[in-house]
Design a binder for this molecule. Structure first.
Ligand SMILES: [Zn+2]
Length: 472
């Protein structure tokens, strides 16, 4: 026997042993969690607080067949997660929501919510489970607090409410309740394209181990992308942007993975059939209205400063410094009051904010906040933001051509709008927008009745010029 044969034989054996999980499969992609200066316990506390708020505001489904199915599917994914990422501090929960939007989200530390709309859009169980595996991967990789780590001076304790607010909506008119506009918390819950790819690949690995074909995740993304060509892009895409070639790289990863044994049984069909016994799914717009953000005026969140309809005092010439979380600071007249509704911050004079004839009214003052950017272009994102405002405020229109401005030393766009207020006055609204380092849109809105526009012009300029963004 030639000596060469004796030498090669053991090495072949070694190779076979090493690849015993799949002799011809290439190694799966190794996913490393990004840098994070927070503890897993802080993830848990943040998510727990935000989840409580979500449960108060959302139409939670309690049907046992549906909750039972979701719980079993979720637990099987957790069981299939890499043990080095599955921190014992995490508190997982899997909650179905009676909302028609195609959406699912997971909060730091484990709470996950899946909309009925996601079930309706799915052709197979694997498609729903795939999105859950993707969401679970954000939890395991701790992407929310990794975002916070990237942000300068971000104070984690202050943002749980903001995260809930970002998810739930509420704030300035219908634009917010339609989910087109997100608050300061969305800054944390919006994942970068790098993080998206990580969650796609880890999600594919986890679902394969739990007995599902990762190609189903790719199919679900195709369905979501198809929806996004319509008038109302799925909410899901606003916090989970497509990193590009999503379907291809998931399918490539799938080819490296062996699909394990499934343990969830066939509860999916039963769960899906139970939806027809529930009340009709509501929409995010309804959730927003319940909070008084859409003019319903019945929500407990309707803030008021004085009595709308009474005289509004002129802006003081004295200024005070205020902060919007850790994202920005701004100087405002000292006789204005800050009202933070978890998604944005308004500064308003006496009698300029509150309920009036059953509507939530904001007559004088400014609002600063963060919105989802429609694209990486400031022009396009501004147009989408302005259009959402116009849709939410019937009768409002653009009154002048847009101007280039500077906001906190970066390029911005000013758009002038005019509309009719609930007090039947001509209302002037200024919209100032710029892009943040993470790709979100920062906005500064000014609101004043036409009669008072002269008095407020210099004030609005001074407030606008004082804005300092701290995102980079
Ligand atoms: Zn994602």
């Amino acid at each position: 026997m030639p000596s060469a044969a004796r030498l090669t034989r053991p090495s072949v054996l070694t190779a076979l042993v090493a690849s015993s999980l799949g002799a011809v499969l290439a190694a799966q992609t190794v996913i490393t969690p990004p840098k994070n200066k927070y503890t897993p316990q802080q993830d848990v506390e943040l998510g727990r607080e935000a989840a409580a708020e979500v449960r108060r505001e959302y139409p939670i489904i309690s049907d046992e067949q549906i909750t039972g199915y979701l719980e079993r599917a979720g637990r099987s994914l957790v069981a299939a997660s890499p043990s080095n990422l599955n921190n014992p501090a995490f508190e997982y929960s899997f909650t179905p929501v009676n909302l028609k939007e195609i959406n699912a989200f997971a909060l730091p530390g484990g709470p996950m919510f899946v909309n009925r709309g996601m079930f309706d859009a799915a052709q197979s169980e694997g498609e729903v489970v795939g999105v859950m595996a993707h969401e679970l991967s954000h939890v395991l990789l701790r992407h929310g607090t990794a975002n916070a780590t990237k942000a300068q001076n971000f104070q984690i304790g202050a943002v749980a409410g903001a995260i809930a607010g970002a998810i739930i909506g509420g704030g300035w008119g219908e634009a917010i309740s339609q989910g087109s506009q997100f608050g300061l918390g969305a800054w944390l819950m919006k994942y970068s394209r790098d993080y998206e790819k990580q969650a796609d690949l880890l999600g594919a690995q986890i679902m394969a181990r739990a007995g599902y074909d990762p190609r189903d995740l790719a199919r679900m993304f195709e369905a979501i992308e198809r929806e996004s060509k319509g008038n109302t892009p799925p909410q899901w895409l606003s916090s989970h942007p497509n990193p590009g070639n999503r379907v291809q790289y998931i399918n490539q990863e799938a080819a490296k993975l062996q699909i394990g044994q499934r343990s969830t049984g066939n509860g999916f069909a039963t769960a899906k059939s139970r939806f027809s016994s529930l009340p009709a799914a509501t929409s995010m717009a309804d959730v927003g209205k319940g909070r008084g953000g859409g003019g319903g005026g019945s929500g407990r969140e309707t803030a008021s400063i004085g009595t709308v309809g009474q005289p509004v005092p002129a802006p003081s010439s004295q200024y005070k410094t205020a902060r919007g979380g850790q994202l920005f600071q701004v100087s405002v007249p000292s006789n204005w009051t800050g009202v933070s509704d978890e998604t944005a911050v308004k500064f308003v004079p006496q009698n300029a904010l509150g309920a009036y004839q059953g509507q939530s009214v904001f007559t004088h003052g400014v609002e600063l906040g963060v919105a989802r950017a429609a694209s990486r272009s400031l022009d396009e994102s501004t147009d989408a933001f302005v259009n959402a405002l116009l849709r939410g405020n019937p009768g409002m229109r653009v009154s002048d051509s847009q101007r280039a401005v500077r906001i906190s030393q970066r390029a911005g766009i000013a758009t002038a709008l005019v509309g009719r207020s609930a007090l039947n006055q001509t209302e002037r609204v200024g919209v100032y927008t710029t892009l943040l380092a993470n790709g979100s849109l920062f906005y500064y809105l000014t609101v004043v009745p036409d009669n008072d526009a002269q008095t407020y012009a210099a004030t609005f300029d001074r407030v606008g010029n004082s804005i300092r963004l701290n995102d980079r």
